[in-house]
Design a protein around this ligand. Structure first.
Ligand SMILES: [Ca+2]
Length: 178
């Protein structure tokens, strides 16, 4: 029998070792395919400011294209502590967050933080920190484990630096709390 219920996903997600994009899952019987749902696709995105066509939605458009000129990456103005925020609309347990960095100027993302929680204090940037992004190569994807942290809001913020913030895709894997 193929695994497909949310409860089974939650019980088994940590055993899932494959690439998020491939749909392979070692716990699945032969012949089954399972793509864990990317929760970000059902959310709403906003950010601290916008540069040119780098709208907040570009990080949740389902497209990992990392070339700025192809209009699937976000970009803020160069500003102090720039941030991007995803509203999942309801509280979820978040197991992992995958981020695709822009192919040019990838070092701008160094030191960014992923924060997850229920509060909009300081635009959500005061929520508990899941991970610090030390660096992601240009055009690469990196996965960050958040161990079931509960929250409605997922922020990515570059704290205390005058910087541009660009995200080409943000994918969120977890389960809804009913
Ligand atoms: Ca995108």
């Amino acid at each position: 029998m193929c695994i497909e219920s949310r409860e089974q996903i939650e019980d088994n997600l940590e055993r899932w070792k494959g690439d998020h994009g491939s749909g392979s899952w070692e716990a699945q019987p032969e012949g089954c395919q399972f793509d864990p749902p990317n929760l970000a696709l059902q959310g709403k995105a906003t950010q601290s400011s916008r540069y040119s066509f780098g709208i907040a939605y570009n990080a949740i458009d389902g497209n990992r294209n990392s070339k700025w000129e192809e209009a699937s990456c976000t970009l803020t103005k160069k500003s102090m502590s720039p941030w991007w925020r995803l509203d999942l609309l309801k509280t979820h347990k978040v197991f992992s967050v995958s981020i695709v960095n822009q192919d040019s100027h990838p070092e701008r993302l160094n030191g960014a933080e992923i924060r997850i929680g229920e509060s909009l204090e300081n635009d959500g940037n005061n929520n508990p920190r899941c991970a610090v992004i030390t660096g992601i190569a240009g055009g690469a994807v990196a996965d960050f484990k958040c161990n079931g942290t509960e929250g409605r809001y997922i922020n990515i913020v570059i704290p205390k630096r005058n910087e541009f913030l660009s995200l080409c895709e943000v994918e969120v894997y977890g389960s809804r709390l009913d």
